[in-house]
Design a binder for this molecule. Sequence first.
Ligand code: G3I
Ligand code: 9MR
Length: 554
Amino acid sequence: GAAHAAAGIEVNQLGFLPSAQKLAVVPAGAGDRFQVADATTGKTVFTGTLGPAATWDASGERVRLADFSRLRAAGTYRIRVDGQPESPTFAIADDAYRALDAGVLHAYTLQRAGIALDARIAGPYARGAGHPDDKVLVHASAASATRPAGTVIASPKGWYDAGDYNKYIVNSGISTYTLLAAYEHFPAWFDKLALHLPESGNGMPDILNEVLWNLDWMATMQDPDDGGVYHKLTNKQFDGMVMPDHATAPRYVVQKTTAAALDFAAVMATASRVLAPFDAQAPGRSQRYLKAAELAWRWAQRHPAVTYRQPPDIATGKYDDEVLDDEFSWAASELYIATGKDEYRPRALAAAPAVQTAPGWNEVRPLGWISLAQQRSRLPHPADADGARRQILAAADALLARRQASPVRLALDTSDFVWGSNAVALNQAMMLVQAYRITNKTDYLDAAQSALDYTLGRNPLGMSYVTGFGARAPMHPHHRPSVADGIAAPVPGWLVGGPNPGQQDRKDCHVSYAANAPALSYLDDACSYASNEVAINWNAPLVYVAAALQSLTR
Ligand code: G3I
Ligand code: 9MR
């Protein structure tokens, strides 16, 4: 492929809250000074000196930093440096991330299985109902005495996982938890964030209405006879690039696994806590969630090492993970908070074997820390939260140290450029936000801001990695509705996976990646599931971090 076009001046293309740290990255070799100009009048409103030049190893680019944090006046701006094209326009505004947060949450609504979306809800992305999942077959790998292979069960609703139309409990776990945590930590922000859902106006905050669509599905994935939880609900093969209502292959629930049971238990215990104040709307719901969580935990106790084995006739996503200590730890943490029972305490309080800088679908221990740290006052022994707080601070301090050494002021390490790297950056930001909530130390919030800046344009490709947001955003995500709907613009509000030098999709792509360096290994083509797919677990930390910066920046 061709060499990638120089990104020029790299800046968060949405912008900043007035008192946020504001950094841009400028190619070295131009002038020493930078100006920030009013985008409407062209008048210079701020000038500064660029920092020293240095090379970022993840991209090979030689850069200097522009710091204009002291510019606080609301407005729209562009950055200028001699010898460079002007930066994209960005804003300084009190509600800089309001439309973004609403849009990124709305993507979940557009991603719902089993529902038709009319123009009132979906605008031009209105579509018919797909995948009712009211007649799902029990796959041989999941057969039990009471539900032999071929048994028909109902398992409707939920969100499609990603660019594909399957539904996976492991990935639903972290996604649903992160949205519940966003509401639990920043209720005032979400109480005012209107999303235009079918349920809007029913007395629930819209973010919780959206989460309930997936919780309702998750609940059906538990076998009531033994408490075990199916790993996924899926076709045998991935669907073609068609709209949901044109994808009609038979659906199966596949294998009960320990990871599915534990992630399910953690989410249901969390939901019982976060949704308890809304029980009047659905009497007994919280208790049902907690009962389901404990039933799943007990199944996992009886089956502590059942890892996912893809059956030979199934080819869809695996979400396989051989290490289950972290799943036990997370589930135990949430169940300990919910019940106060001693039986959950040892697993909940067990220290991690190493510093864990961010959660991910296969590394969920930090999710338990987040809950324990926040729920200190509910614990039978409040000091039980201290270990979690220490582990959060160890993670955040490791990230701060990396950021301090980084020429682009990012905690991202070269090894963080994996499948879904954009979400690695945002999950790190979520950890940094936890450290800020514990200590009130601004450095942590600044580091989280930088991670958001990275995903919104302060990166060597000069892209906002969120569809529909920013001056230069992905146009061709690996997302079946975006490919099949006949609309040029992709479904908005999706964070794409991002640069991934693994390039595991090379064999399926008719075009090649423009570059191989970790931070440049990205392809805005629908073929590129390894760098340009979307996924519910990648959007979730973006919802969280945007809400956090809106709520905490002062
Ligand atoms: O576990 C190994 C680790 O030991 C090794 O050091 C490392 C080196 O690269 O690789 C690790 O495995 C990676 C694994 O994720 C766990 O992190 C694989 O290389 C990597 O290919 C794998 O990527 C996953 C991908 O599915 C393929 O299985 C992504 O995390 C995951 O987000 C993605 O999820 C897919 C679903 O399967 C289907 N639906 C879409 C979704 C998003 O693309
Ligand atoms: O569309 C699939 C995507 O959701 C997955 O993340 C990816 C990796 O499991 O696989 C995609 O499906 C591709 C399959 O793996 C290989 N043939 C081409 C498919 C893309 O249409």
